[in-house]
Design a protein around this ligand. Structure first.
Ligand code: GLU
Length: 487
């Protein structure tokens, strides 16, 4: 283990989305590459918006994606607790140290007073003007006599704050545009401005990788980190890297309101976690100019934060589909069977537990569909016709209308005639008989010949290979379906 320590620190508000997972992934990969520690911390200080449901969903999503954490909720670790709501004593303690130092000062101003002064001065800088920076003892007692309670403000240093961003290179902010900020409320409750950097300090975080939306808080946090090092709270100021925005349609930032931003959707739709991870990895990074498909291990091997592109990444659902399909092709038949089973059970295609005869049929059928399904949810549609009781077998009405018209029914009739006395019910024999009857006999093009038979047998125009399917379905059920298509 190296001494690299990174953290992912979501706020449990709402359902996990694309930006959430991309940030989690990059931190996880960074930690694994450096053989460091990946810390999960839950930033649940906003009591109104944080929910247990969101917290559960976040842990669940990270586990589904395989982004395991070395320290954090349900795992523990030497720097716990890992939920901010349980760390108040630690914040109060650090706040006490800051307050006793010259890095902060007590401020008695009301928001109205600050705003009135800003208007009067014509200043364009929003935020606090430093009025209470150098209060005399008399001024202070006068405020206290009025019953005012102070907030603690961080005293921004003069000049500028510069850091070498791991993604963006050197960044400088002039501190005249970064006002002194409050670290707690007047009742002493610590604010997020305090607790987020204090946790990074107390947890020994060495690298902060987070979204570009948080870039403007970094010039405030770096001087606070420096103060914490001076006060002996931590050893070093972390390095910072800001990951690019993710854009949705129409060049707008992908928003939590976009349905495609939510990760549950991909899981429900039958994405493989490795397919989704691969796609998320591409939102700001590439393994090579001409290569899109890779495994998470390959990403860990190749990842360098310096290669992350600072420009906004574009979210492209079609590409996500294609990457997922490529990962489906990488699964062995056994593995794919294992992955589709929950979807087959949920759709009622097989029972739970799976009946022995269904398990055998599935073993024979999976090789037929493995090359044709791009998402796990396509398996029930593709395979349902094999498992359904004859009494409950149905056909897609649109496909029936299109392919089982008069001409189609003639084809089905001819197929039935050709197959009913077939001596041996095998793929090759079925193919030969249908070829002879429909293509040679009726003079049909194969494309026209087999469509109606496919709809009659499987109920759909898109199905596993027809002759193999008929062999698996068996003679009686196949002939029965050809007949029922004629009614
Ligand atoms: N809790 C913050 C968020 O979910 C993350 C803050 C950070 O990474 O520093 O946006």
């Amino acid at each position: 283990m190296s001494n690299v320590r990174v953290r992912f620190c979501p706020s449990p508000t709402g359902s996990p989305h694309v930006g959430f997972a991309r940030t989690a992934l990059y931190n996880w990969v960074f930690a694994r590459k450096a053989q460091g520690t990946f810390v999960l911390r839950i930033e649940d200080t906003d009591k109104e918006r944080s929910t247990e449901e969101s917290y559960r969903a976040m842990l669940d999503t990270m586990r589904w994606l395989g982004l395991d954490w070395d320290e954090g909720p349900e795992v523990g670790g030497p720097y716990g607790p890992y939920l901010q709501s349980e760390r108040t004593d630690l914040y109060v303690d650090v706040l006490g140290k800051l307050r006793a130092s010259s890095y902060t000062y007590d401020c008695f101003c009301t928001t109205e007073e600050v705003e009135a002064r800003r208007k009067a001065s014509g200043s364009k800088v929003q935020g606090y003007d430093g009025f209470c920076r150098e209060l005399s003892a008399e001024q202070r007692s006068a405020f206290e006599a009025e019953g005012r309670k102070p907030v603690v403000r961080f005293r921004m240093p003069e000049g500028s704050v510069t850091w070498t961003d791991l993604v963006r290179g050197d960044i400088t902010f002039e501190t005249e545009f970064v006002p002194d900020y409050a670290l707690c409320r007047a009742n002493g409750d610590p604010l997020y401005t305090l607790v987020n950097p204090v946790d990074d300090a107390l947890m020994g975080i060495t690298h902060v990788l987070r979204g570009e939306d948080l870039l403007s808080s970094t010039p405030r946090q770096i001087p606070l980190h420096r103060a914490l090092v001076e006060l002996g709270v931590s050893d070093a100021v972390p390095e910072f890297g800001h990951l690019p925005f993710v854009m949705g349609e129409g060049n707008k930032k992908l928003s939590k309101r976009d349905p495609q931003a939510h990760l549950n959707m991909y899981r429900d739709e039958g994405f493989l976690p490795e397919g989704l991870l691969n796609y998320l990895a591409l939102l700001g990074w590439a393994i090579a100019p001409d290569r899109d498909v890779f495994t998470i291990d390959e990403m860990v091997e190749a990842f360098d934060i310096k290669d992350v592109n600072p420009n906004p990444a574009r979210f492209d659902p079609k590409k996500a589909d294609a990457i997922n399909a490529a990962h489906m092709r990488l699964l062995s038949i056994e593995e794919m069977t294992h992955r589709v089973l929950p979807f087959l059970k949920a759709a009622g295609v097989v029972g739970d537990p799976v009946h022995d005869s269904d398990a055998q049929l599935l073993e024979l059928a999976m090789p037929l569909v493995a090359e044709r399904i791009n998402k796990l949810t396509e398996a029930p549609d593709m395979l349902g016709f094999l498992f359904v009781d004859e009494g409950e077998f149905t056909r897609d009405p649109a496909d029936v209308e299109k392919l089982l018209d008069d001409a189609g029914r003639q084809v089905v009739q001819a197929s039935h005639d050709a197959l009913q006395d077939l001596p041996q019910w095998s793929t090759a024999a079925i193919q030969e008989a249908l070829q002879a009857a429909l293509v040679d006999g009726l003079g049909l093009k194969p494309r026209h010949a087999f469509g109606p038979v496919r709809v009659a047998i499987t109920g759909r125009r898109v199905s596993p290979p027809l002759f193999e399917s008929m062999e698996l379905l068996g003679r009686d059920r196949s002939l029965g379906r050809l007949q029922s298509a004629l009614r």
